[in-house]
Design a protein around this ligand. Structure first.
Ligand code: CDP
Ligand code: MG
Length: 815
């Protein structure tokens, strides 16, 4: 298409233009409600230089780097210059000019909303400024990130900037991986981890500052954190706090009951709360936190020309590729790189292949086009590539997921191509099904994406949709995750924090009542809540595990079936994800045979996972064994440790060493070890019963009984509750066996609705294990068939709204 139409033609569709407003540069505006107040910067150079000298001195002594790199590669003069370069870079960030004012504002207000462009230095600098200003003397500074990759990469970057070893003064904490120590002062963590910390420390006593970063992403955990910190903070008087904490912990921890009013009055006003966001609609955050002041860091955004297509594009992947090639051949290579937003790994891989194929045909006259994919599961070595400077005479094209929208800053981008889609989680409260769907992005997202092109100079953004689409079809903002997700986990956490009245919890945007009820219903079915909605002993134990409630229930139930040893191995393997096996293109048959070996006897996928783990353990966790069995030993875990190889060569050495050690199976082992620790904490003995599969399957059923399905004709299955047609995933060991009854771990929607990780079960177990959920008629074929008929007839008769209620009612009718 590109060659047929000639280079210039494709540009024509982008007729409409829109210039971006250049933001005010050079003035900090501190906004209090509607009043603006401008403040003059004071000179703080001196204090800061002092700090640097101090850090430099310790670096020169070799104190901080001792075990990071082999001694011979520690060239002191190089080290000093790399460090100095980092310090210079810090001073070029937009936020640097407002350091003093920011510190002053933090000093004056307990809650501060901070707004600034991506790349202005919020995440890396603010915690350091606060540290330099002495906040860490009173407690840690915590900074939350919605993405694990971001938490890790930023922590690594900040540790470099401070000249300390990662995990010492600067650390990070993500689920199943705690890279902090007693020394840690600046702690980067996922928002989910801070949420878990609330469980142990509901007043966040260990922190002097909590910064909820990337707040505009409005992830589920961020939203819940908002509610919790607001509650914590709004406890003004000591008496309030006493009553509040007492109500939380009346049956948990007597320590809270004896807090004296003095302790609290002294401590609470000290906790600083920073909400930082990359988008300008900060008023909403401010309103929520009782008109907290907004601190704006003027960005250095250059004007961005926005182009739309004249007509909608039928194939955005192809349109994106054509546009990229067009830019590449018509514009000077030194002029700037290209960033394309895709929805996921598959799309990126396809685009990469097509691009490679087409550039091959371009001949030598056209400059080199370096293709750099970036998505969370990409091996670390390859991820580093996107941050390497583009060689002269070449151009880089970065194929990214949403990860490049605000979490990562890639320098040198001048052209952004935005097809207008992303993958988003959606949840159907009726069926309890969660799925990832390709969805149009919001206007806010589109503007963020466009902004990526104007960081270092004027940029261009090519939107592969029409201006009409943009103005009339796109929502203003992305719907917060809390309104489109399964809430079971959150409800369990909140319940274990003693927050009973969920309908009146102060959510920034409340979740749909139906989703809340569904979550309560599931937790009740799992036995985590009693009829009054109170946490049971089972629920309390479940809440200790940082896992989905169904998985936690499976573990807690393993006590009864005396197979906790096996069950935690299965849970660990399930948590690693489905990418344990690999299939090299030239050895697919061998790989498939190796995989099927674990399925001999049609034991089911859960047991196969257990077999893999135990066999690996028997070989004393051998890497060779993994190679022989085509099991991932390469880095495919969602922990691309170090995207962070920005500047420092030493870091690269260290990163690739660490990267090579992070392996899927090793990760399963780590998770398993942690689960073993948690078992001890909830006082479940480690018991093994490997000769008998039935108890293991029963324990799985005890957690996953809502996920049962019965075979219909043609190899399809019908889920028992909320009937729906599903299939066994082709990678399952049972895909050819097709047992009559199965239980599945999860549903994934690709070409069809597939069940992944499937195990055979006896239908009577459902009634035995979950008598409150299943009755004999559910598992007897004829009657439930009749029930289904009645339901589908009624569904046809009634309008959509009433259907839900009627269907539920029908399922409960005693036929
Ligand atoms: O949080 P915000 O988007 O405001 O900026 P930041 O993440 O603090 O990034 C500030 C600068 O640090 C950017 O120019 C990045 O290029 C750089 N950075 C880096 O080099 N390596 C990282 N892992 C993170 C940021
Ligand atoms: Mg940031």
């Amino acid at each position: 298409r590109y060659r047929d139409s000639g280079a210039g033609d494709k540009m024509n569709p982008f007729a409409e233009q829109e210039a971006w407003e250049e933001h005010q540069i050079g003035k900090a505006t501190l906004k209090y409600g509607s009043k603006d107040r401008k403040q003059k910067s004071d000179d703080f150079q001196f204090v800061f230089e002092d700090q640097i000298d101090f850090i430099k001195a310790s670096v020169m002594d070799g104190v901080n780097f001792e075990d990071e790199v082999p001694a011979e590669s520690l060239d002191k003069s190089m080290e000093k210059s790399a460090f100095e370069k980092l310090q210079e870079d810090r001073k070029t960030l937009p936020i640097y000019a407002y350091r003093d004012e920011l510190l002053q504002a933090v000093d004056n207000h307990q809650v501060l909303v901070i707004v600034g462009e991506t790349g202005s230095g919020k995440t890396t600098q603010i915690p350091q400024y606060l540290h330099e200003a002495g906040y860490t003397k009173r407690g840690k500074i915590g900074c939350t990130q919605p993405r694990r990759v971001a938490a890790m990469s930023v922590a690594a970057r900040v540790s470099q900037e401070m000249g300390v070893k990662l995990g010492h003064e600067v650390g990070y904490s993500i689920r199943f991986e705690d890279c902090t120590s007693e020394k840690t002062l600046l702690k980067y963590m996922t928002d989910g981890m801070l949420l878990r910390e609330f469980l142990g420390e509901p007043d966040l006593a260990g922190y002097s500052v909590v910064m909820v970063d990337e707040a505009h992403e409005r992830t589920l955990s961020t939203d819940i954190l908002f509610g919790l910190v607001k509650a914590t903070r709004s406890v003004q008087s000591a008496w309030d706090l006493k009553v509040w904490t007492a109500s939380l912990f009346v049956d948990m921890d007597p320590y809270w009951l004896i807090l004296t009013s003095q302790d609290i009055a002294r401590f609470r006003p000290d906790l600083k709360l920073l909400i930082s966001s990359a988008t300008l609609d900060a008023e909403k955050f401010s309103d929520y936190f009782d008109s907290a002041p907004i601190f704006k860091i003027p960005g250095r955004r250059f004007p961005v020309e926005v182009h739309y297509t004249k007509a909608p594009e039928a194939d955005y992947l192809d349109a994106a590729i054509v546009t990229a090639l067009q830019i590449h051949v018509t514009q000077q290579p030194g002029d700037g790189d290209i960033l394309i937003f895709f929805t996921g790994q598959e799309e990126i891989e396809t685009a990469e292949e097509i691009l490679k194929h087409r550039t091959r045909g371009l001949g030598t006259k056209i400059p080199e086009l370096i293709i750099c994919p970036i998505y969370a599961n990409l091996p670390t070595e390859l991820q580093a590539k996107i941050f390497e400077p583009t060689p002269e005479g070449a151009r880089k094209v970065v194929l990214a997921t949403n990860i490049a929208e605000t979490s990562l800053t890639i320098d040198g981008i001048k052209y952004v191509i935005d097809p207008g889609f992303c993958k988003m989680k959606s949840y159907n409260p009726r069926t309890g099904m969660e799925s990832l769907l390709v969805t149009p992005i919001s206007k806010a997202s589109a503007n963020q994406r466009a902004g990526r092109s104007g960081r270092t100079g004027p940029g261009k953004c090519f939107r592969l949709y029409t201006a009409y689409n943009y103005y009339s079809d796109l929502d203003d903002n992305t719907v917060p995750e809390i309104q489109r997700t399964n809430l079971a986990n959150v409800v369990l956490t909140l319940k274990s924090l003693g927050i009973h009245d969920l309908l009146n919890f102060d959510f920034m945007d409340p979740p749909p009542a139906e989703a809340l009820l569904k979550a309560l219903e599931l937790l009740f079915a799992l036995g985590a809540l009693n009829k009054l909605g109170e946490l049971t002993k089972v629920g309390r134990r479940m809440a200790e595990f940082p896992l989905d409630p169904m998985l936690s229930k499976m573990i807690v139930a393993s006590e009864k079936y005396q197979c906790s040893d096996e069950i935690i191995s299965i849970a660990a393997m399930l948590s690693v994800g489905s990418s344990i096996f690999y299939r090299p293109k030239d050895k697919q048959v061998h790989a498939d045979t190796a995989r099927m070996n674990f399925h001999t006897g049609n034991v089911g996928d859960h047991t196969a996972l257990l077999k893999i783990y135990s066999s690996w353990k028997e070989t004393n966790y051998s890497t060779q064994w993994c190679y022989e069995n085509y099991i991932q030993v390469r880095l495919v875990s969602p922990y691309p440790v170090l995207l962070l190889l920005f500047i420092d060569a030493r870091m690269i050495v260290q990163s690739s060493l660490e990267g090579a050690l992070v392996r899927s199976m090793k990760r399963a082992r780590d998770i398993r070890d942690q689960l073993e620790g948690l078992l001890e904490r909830v006082e479940i003995e480690l018991m093994s019963n490997s000769n008998d599969l039935e108890p293991i399957k029963k324990a799985i059923t005890a957690g996953f009984f809502p996920h049962s399905a019965r075979m219909q004709k043609n190899g399809s299955y019908r889920t028992v509750k909320h009937p729906q047609t599903v299939y066994i995933h082709p990678t399952s060991g049972l895909a050819q066996v097709l047992p009559r009854w199965v239980i599945y771990h999860e549903l994934v929607l690709t070409t069809k609705e597939y069940m992944r990780q499937v195990t055979e079960l006896k239908p009577e177990w459902l009634v035995e294990i979950a008598p409150h959920y299943y009755q004999m008629k559910d598992v007897e074929d004829r009657v439930s068939h009749l029930c289904n008929l009645v339901v589908s007839m009624l569904l046809r008769l009634l309008d959509q709204r009433k259907c839900l209620a009627v269907q539920d009612a029908c399922l409960r009718i005693e036929l």
